[in-house]
Write a protein that binds this ligand. Sequence first.
Ligand SMILES: [Zn+2]
Length: 312
Amino acid sequence: MKVIDAHCDVLNKMMLHPEIDFHDADRLNVTLERLIEAGSVLQLFAVYMSVQIVNPQFDHILKAIDLFASKIVSHPKMMQIRSAADLRQAEAEGRIGAMLTLEGVEALMGRELYLRTLFHLGVRSIGITWNYANWAADGVKEPRQGGFTLKGKQFVKQCDELGMILDVSHLTEKGFWELTEMSERPFIASHSNAYVISPNERNLTKDQIQAILQKDGRIGLTFIPPLVNSEKPAVMTDLLRHIDYIASLGGSKHIGFGSDFDGTAQFTNGLEHMGRYNALAELLANHYSNDFVEGLLHRNWRSFFDKQLPAT
Ligand SMILES: [Zn+2]
């Protein structure tokens, strides 16, 4: 089974612990071997502005990208994805695609030059905030629950012009609705679930899900336990309820996965590392048609990126 996963924090772990390499199964949930085991065809790698970094500088992002280039896509089995043509090439050559994303725009300091530079380096999706406020917008745990600043609105426009895909996971609801008004392009929630199924501030309400579907965006269901099940220890079958709910709203072609592996120390039971996608695929196959399962595991993300990434 082919797998596309829209969010992991391997780069952050490697930034904090430079001795970790991409084969370290004791310290990483996502390793090269586990990507192969899972049947991964595309993994998104987030450059995350860790809260441990008090004064984020653009240098931090460059270091993470340097690490991505030297430790991850340097392997002949891997290939950096910047375009729809790259996706086809990786597929033809049997290599695993790796795409850069950014989580939190702190270090861009409102500078379009930095944004454009990241696009040139292959960053193809940006989550405006992590959980708190920055110069562009408020994150979901910021007490005042604001939306975008004036600079943040300009930033959205610049992203639209560049073709940078925006990611609303972690954004406040106010910010979410401002974005639906401002941006022409479809956006994604790379690692969020359904609020109705698991009431957590990081999850999407019914209206938010419908707005994403209406724009032909995508939702990456995440394995972060409280987002999967806010009441009991999360188990794999809980994900089925999120899938069924979003599908019932007309989203069967819009659901994928965004694990958040290496971004959290707690796991949904049965989903402890990338290799466990095999068990998830088996569970899904017991509940849904082959066609539907393929959509969830890779095709829904693939159709989105085929359309939204630069052609070449
Ligand atoms: Zn996140």
